[in-house]
Ligand binder design. Sequence first.
Ligand SMILES: Nc1ncnc2c1ncn2[C@@H]1O[C@H](COP(=O)(O)OP(=O)(O)OP(=O)(O)O)[C@@H](O)[C@H]1O
Ligand SMILES: [Mg+2]
Length: 411
Amino acid sequence: MAVPELHILRGNPDFLDLPWDAPILDWRDPHLVEMPTGIHRHPVEFVAYPEGIYAIKELPVRLARHEFKSLSKLAKRTTRSAKPAGLVIRPWANPHEEYSGAIITRFVDYAFPYRELVSGGGFGSRRTQLLDAFAGLLVELHLAGCFWGDCSLSNVLYRYDAATIEAVMVDAETSRLYDELSDGQRLEDLEIMQVNLAGDMSDVAASEGLDVDDADLELGFDISDRYATLWHELTTDLVIAQDERYLIGERFARLNDLGFAIDDVDVIPDGASKRIRISASVGGRTFHSQRLRERTGIDAAENQARQILSDIRYHRAKHGESGPSTSATGKTVSAMHWRLNRFEPFTTRIAELRPDIDPIQGFCDYLNFRFALASEQGRDVDSTVAFEEWIAVGMPGFDPGATSPEADSPR
Ligand SMILES: Nc1ncnc2c1ncn2[C@@H]1O[C@H](COP(=O)(O)OP(=O)(O)OP(=O)(O)O)[C@@H](O)[C@H]1O
Ligand SMILES: [Mg+2]
């Protein structure tokens, strides 16, 4: 069997046991698994290894190299893009043929294509979640210096993140990376997104048997509006008088509340006015997920982490009376107690009952259910009792049509 050139990133299988001498669509290999995808031009297949599931996309060598390079660089700057695993080149093939190159990316766990969110010719009660997901994704990519050039419904994967939806970029074929994007580049990227989404929403409407006039053609424009508000919040300097330093704390708390971690802060005298200009450079939207990881070792999405941290605080308030619960040691002990007595047994049970769902999202669904139950009864409900009841009623997820204070999307 012909052996291709393989460039594999650490932590992944060598993929040498795959039948590379044939195009991927002709494979009859035991590693192949079927997974749902969005609409795409290039051949895509999925393979399962003990290390995880991987997506393989075939495309001409030049494009494969470019996409692999872009995704590798992006992975160092943001958590919102698919993680590359390998680049494959078949030197015996014409490099302009689709079959000549391939890129391998790590399957995005528990993610699904947009079709799963469609209802009634559009996104129905999930529309607001979609707006936030796209605006957040584009802001994060732009902050990371990435001009995408092809943001569309199919080039994004979706994952439940507590009461919100997290969007992940999967197709970086057209992307270009810079140190920083100009306003013109950002606007161009938004315009491309608007055009793509108008086309996508016409397709969605048509597939549901609706007229184009009934398609949600405003979606892309509404995303741009939300993007503009978020971008402004994150990138506008704060100018204060010298005795208004409390405003700095307020500003940082708001940025953290939006989930953004703050990397650096510059304090600059504002000309001759005796005022101070505070310029914060924000990192990715990982503030709560980083804190949860540091405190418990648990890896969760940003809003899942926010909700879980609030459960740890609730647990500490309920069970931490006996120890020094506000000291660092007390907090660590109580987080460990929470993990062993609540998080681990509950998520293990969720994984046994529903191996198809993300157990951490299941845990957040349960927290939401417990909160609704307590509100209904006007008193605290026992966590285990609430958990059993949640299972008994079929483990319901978040209902985006209903509003709940626990579903505290910051936007
Ligand atoms: N790492 C991944 N994890 C999960 N699904 C993936 C992954 N990579 C690709 N996919 C799925 O495969 C589909 C096609 O991938 P991609 O968009 O990269 O292909 P494409 O042919 O380049 O698309 P386009 O027609 O936009 O150029 C995606 O819509 C997505 O559903
Ligand atoms: Mg695509």
